[in-house]
Design a binder for this molecule. Sequence first.
Ligand SMILES: CC(C)(COP(=O)(O)OP(=O)(O)OC[C@H]1O[C@@H](n2cnc3c(N)ncnc32)[C@H](O)[C@@H]1OP(=O)(O)O)[C@@H](O)C(=O)NCCC(=O)NCCS
Length: 108
Amino acid sequence: MKPGLTGWEQVNGRNAVTAVVGHDCEIGSWAHLSVGVKLGGNVRVGDFSFIGMGAALLPGVEVGRRVIIGANAVVNDNIPDDVTAVGVPVRILEKQRRLDGSLQKIRR
Ligand SMILES: CC(C)(COP(=O)(O)OP(=O)(O)OC[C@H]1O[C@@H](n2cnc3c(N)ncnc32)[C@H](O)[C@@H]1OP(=O)(O)O)[C@@H](O)C(=O)NCCC(=O)NCCS
């Protein structure tokens, strides 16, 4: 994990404000925050995770590594590694799509 960001910051993409990040967040290497993402204070996002557009991660939430968070999700609980999670409030999908488009069942 990279050192935390302090204070409210706007994280800018190529053309526009991409995400708003609260105090003391930690954003992992190669993690992606899509446009409109909001992170409350003390949120952690693991390496290689993808946060879909408009998602809100509530204060103190920890998102694991290689996670996909769906567009407009409200993440109000911690999310383990290697899952896809969607919705309001967020829920973990039983099946995750492979790169070839097929679905695999998540083992937990
Ligand atoms: C999360 C996501 C990756 C899921 O893709 P997927 O694995 O192909 O999932 P599916 O379309 O097969 O949907 C699986 C289930 O999740 C639900 N779902 C998918 N995306 C959802 C979302 N954003 N919000 C709520 N529910 C969602 C579907 O309704 C379906 O529900 P069901 O199992 O009860 O029928 C995708 O929908 C998404 O949100 N991508 C983000 C795109 C984005 O923000 N890009 C940024 C560009 S800058």
